[in-house]
Design a protein. Sequence first.
Length: 329
Amino acid sequence: NREIHLAARPQGWPTEDTFRLATTDVPTPGPGQIVVRNTFMSVDPYMRGRMNDVASYVPPFALDAPLDGGAVGEVVASEADGFAVGDTVLHGLGWREYALLDASTVRTVDPALAPVSTYLGVLGMTGLTAYAGLLEVAAMQPGDTVFVSGAAGAVGSMVGQIAKLRGAGRVVGSAGSPAKVERLRALGFDAAFDYHDGPVLDSLRSAAPDGIDVYFDNVGGEHLEAAIGAMRQNGRAAICGMIAQYNAAEPPAAPRNLAMIISKRLTLRGFIVSDYGQLGEQFVQEVGGWLRDGKLSYDETIIDGIENAPAAFLGLLRGENLGKMLVRV
Ligand code: NDP
């Protein structure tokens, strides 16, 4: 069994030296346990925060121990009722080939219903983040003009498409390359821009000349400042992530125009997807339906081999992914 350990806590940007490939015995299950051979594992931006030794909404990774995170795989040994060899399951012990799990922490998924990788993306955590953040946290209404940053990523690409499907008036996305911008137009975004092309506020103003009602923030920093600047009265922002600062050694200054929150009566609301589990069923019904009907597209960037999981994670932080970044174990 090969697994990836945290070798050092990064200061600033992580590197290959942050990780170590280790080999252990394939585990055997005790009572109530199963062993899963992972087929796909997720790499996610929030894992960068867990590499720091600070308390947050998820505990930090331990040094010299395997990392963890979302994964799907096949049961290869079971000592638990309700789980048989060959079942496909979703669980939280990625970053390894074989996972030993208490059955109570595992959910069975149906590989006949959708490709198993989608339970880590469009039908999984990142899809629910987009759905809950846009519809509940930002309370998007039909006719709203919506702006989403990180728009070509796993969460952002869903936000833009869900906004259109739920009747947004205009949807604008920003991303980090011309190819990503082109992809956003193909996905049905009304306008898209590369944030390297100039000040974000200038690009946003040309893409949404009448301003925006909703901002879905995946990036923070200059994007958040621009969104506050472009917001109309009573605008709402779902603050989902601030990836532009995850590798910063020093926290950046806040948006300089925060006082506009007052005059424009804005609502900026942070959220964590795990608080929206109760939406899960409605989410799977609605998003699953759109997928079946061909109304929603999703991209995946798949890196092969557990030994390449660190490269996949580093690539995610550098923007090398289109849609969900995954490792095929
Ligand atoms: P993505 O698939 O969007 O991948 C990350 C993307 O971030 C990269 O592809 C890159 O795209 C972009 N990026 C990296 N650095 C910068 C930068 N300095 N400025 C602008 N863009 C940058 O990841 P996810 O969809 O999984 O996550 C998106 C966001 O949502 C993250 O901030 C994450 O932390 C957050 N999140 C929050 C959750 C919650 O519960 N609150 C749950 C899940 C995710 P590009 O080429 O465009 O730069």
